[in-house]
Design a protein around this ligand. Structure first.
Ligand SMILES: C[S@@+](CC[C@H](N)C(=O)[O-])C[C@H]1O[C@@H](n2cnc3c(N)ncnc32)[C@H](O)[C@@H]1O
Length: 249
C-alpha cells in the first residue's frame, strides 16, 4: 500500500487503522466509539469556531471557514463539518482510508471535503497561516514526535485560528478502561489499536501549544458509556478529554 511515512508517523499504527476500513462507516462497525463521539465533538467544534465569528447563514454556520482535519480516517468528522458549509481538507497517511473517505463523500452534496493521502509535515510548508481551524480528533495518541506535530499545527493556522483536539488522557484509569476493558472485555475498540506509551495528558498538550504561541481556551472531560453507546461531558478529565486552543496574533 502507498501509505505515507514521515517524522510523526508510526507505520504500524497507520496499518492497524487501514485494516479497519471495511466497516468504518457502520455505526456498530469497526470504530463505533468514533461515530457516537460526533454527538459531542461536532457541536464543540461549531461552538468554538462561531464564538469568535459572526454567523451569516444559520443553516451553514461554518460557511467560508477553512478547516484542516488531520488524521481524518474515513471522514467521520470531515463530512459533517462540510455539510455545515466548511471548506474542509482531510489528510491522513493511510491511502486506504483516504480512498474510503473520497468514495463515501460522493453522495453528500456539492460541498465535499477535499482529501489527500499525506502527512502534516508534507502539507504544512505550502499552507502556512492558511486554516481558520484544525481538528485532530483521536489522532495524537497514534503519532510520534508530538512537539513537531503541534509546531506544524500552529504554523498552518491563521493568527486567531482554532485547534480542536480529542484524546485519551495519559492516566492509569485511561489505560485500564480505554485499553484493557475496551479492547479485551467490551471489545468496542479493535485489539492493539491503542498504545499507552503514545498517550499524552492535556497538561502536556497545553505546555507544548503554549510554547508554539497558542493559548489554551478550555479543556473538558469525556466519558463513554459502552452499553448506551454514548459519550457524555464530565468535569473529570482522567479518561478522555477535549481541548480547544487559539493561535495568538
Ligand atoms: C482513531 S483514527 C481517527 C480518525 C478520525 N479523526 C475520527 O475521529 O473519525 C486515527 C487516524 O489517525 C491516522 N494517523 C496515524 N498517524 C498519523 C499521523 N502521524 N498524522 C496524521 N494522521 C495519523 C490514522 O491513519 C487514522 O486514520
Amino acid at each position: 500500500m502507498n501509505n505515507k511515512s514521515g517524522p510523526t508517523v508510526d507505520a504500524v499504527e497507520v496499518e492497524r487503522h487501514s485494516e479497519l476500513k471495511n466497516n468504518w462507516w457502520m455505526p456498530n462497525g469497526s470504530v463505533p466509539c468514533l461515530h457516537s463521539m460526533n454527538d459531542l465533538r461536532i457541536p464543540y467544534i461549531i461552538d468554538g469556531i462561531t464564538s469568535t465569528k459572526s454567523i451569516e447563514n444559520a443553516a451553514l454556520p461554518l460557511a467560508n471557514i477553512k478547516i484542516l482535519d488531520i488524521g481524518c480516517g474515513g471522514g467521520l468528522v470531515s463530512e459533517p463539518l462540510a455539510k455545515l458549509g466548511a471548506n474542509v481538507t482531510g489528510i491522513d497517511p493511510s491511502q486506504e482510508l483516504i480512498d474510503l473517505a473520497i468514495e463515501h463523500s460522493q453522495n453528500i452534496g456539492p460541498n465535499k471535503p477535499t482529501y489527500y493521502c499525506t502527512t502534516l509535515e508534507e502539507h504544512a510548508p505550502s499552507h502556512q497561516n492558511y486554516y481558520d481551524a484544525i481538528v485532530a480528533s483521536e489522532v495524537i495518541s497514534h503519532l510520534v514526535n508530538k512537539e513537531l506535530f503541534f509546531e506544524l499545527c500552529a504554523e498552518t493556522l491563521k493568527p486567531g485560528g482554532k485547534i480542536f483536539i480529542t484524546a485519551p488522557n495519559k492516566t492509569w484509569l485511561a489505560y485500564f478502561f480505554g485499553i484493557y476493558v475496551a479492547e479485551n472485555i467490551l471489545k468496542v475498540v479493535a485489539k492493539g489499536l491503542h498504545d499507552y506509551e503514545k498517550f499524552i495528558s492535556p497538561e502536556d498538550v497545553s505546555r507544548i501549544l503554549e510554547k508554539k504561541n497558542c493559548r489554551v481556551d478550555n479543556t473538558r472531560g469525556l466519558i463513554y458509556y459502552p452499553f448506551l453507546h454514548k459519550w457524555q461531558w464530565m468535569y473529570f478529565k482522567s479518561l478522555w478529554y477535549a481541548l480547544e486552543a487559539t493561535k495568538l496574533e
